[in-house]
Design a protein around this ligand. Structure first.
Ligand code: HEM
Length: 167
């Protein structure tokens, strides 16, 4: 049995032209040069922004590579709690220079969060091994976990904190 398509009939010819037109629109989508940002999907499908939106890359940090992210240069602000690195740039008023919690910026804030304290001894010097938090009381660990919950709901997790010699 042979299948044949009679493209000679007007209906089939019209269908074939429509299919070819549809396929070329998919393969070669028209590029919109509109200067106006489209507000709905139909308009926006082929519209390209000038630059890609900023993205956050999940990375492994050490105490030493985390410190530059303290916001003093006006850049990103990161802090770590229990090995989880949060991008707290959106909370610059809290963690930026002069901010109430600026001491935690670029640092492992675990102990300070657990003990609810800004004391300088809460921060492990950046050239020393990570704070193992082994001496913390269960309620302090719970308090720290509460902060992890708070941060997870508010900020982006952008990495993990490992020992200086681990990478
Ligand atoms: C006099 C004592 C304190 C006052 C009046 C105070 C006040 C505040 C206020 C008003 C907020 C903002 C809440 C919000 O809008 O979400 C806040 C958030 C916060 N507080 Fe305190 N605080 C105090 C002590 C502390 C201490 C001792 C710590 C130590 C860990 C601490 C850590 C934080 C953190 C981490 C946040 C969350 C900021 C964020 O969402 O990024 N606070 N505090």
């Amino acid at each position: 049995m042979t299948l044949s398509l009679d493209i000679g009939t007007p209906v089939n010819t019209a269908l074939l032209i429509y299919i070819l037109y549809s396929v070329q629109k998919i393969v070669f989508p028209p590029i919109s040069n509109s200067k106006v940002v489209p507000h709905e999907f139909k308009q926006g499908y082929t519209w390209m922004p000038k630059a890609h939106a900023p993205t956050v890359l999940f990375q492994t940090y050490t105490p030493k590579t985390l410190t530059p992210f303290d916001g003093t240069d006006g850049g990103r602000i990161l802090l770590a709690i229990n090995g989880i690195v949060f991008d707290v740039t959106a909370g610059r008023s809290f963690y930026g220079p002069g901010g109430m919690y600026g001491n935690f910026a670029g640092r492992d804030a675990s102990r300070g969060m657990a003990k609810q304290s800004f004391d300088t001894e809460m921060l492990t010097p950046i050239d020393q091994p990570l704070d193992k938090l082994e001496d913390l009381r269960p309620d302090e660990i719970e308090n720290m976990k509460g902060w992890i919950d708070h941060f997870s709901n508010k900020y982006v997790i952008c990495g993990s904190l490992v020992e200086n010699d681990a990478i």
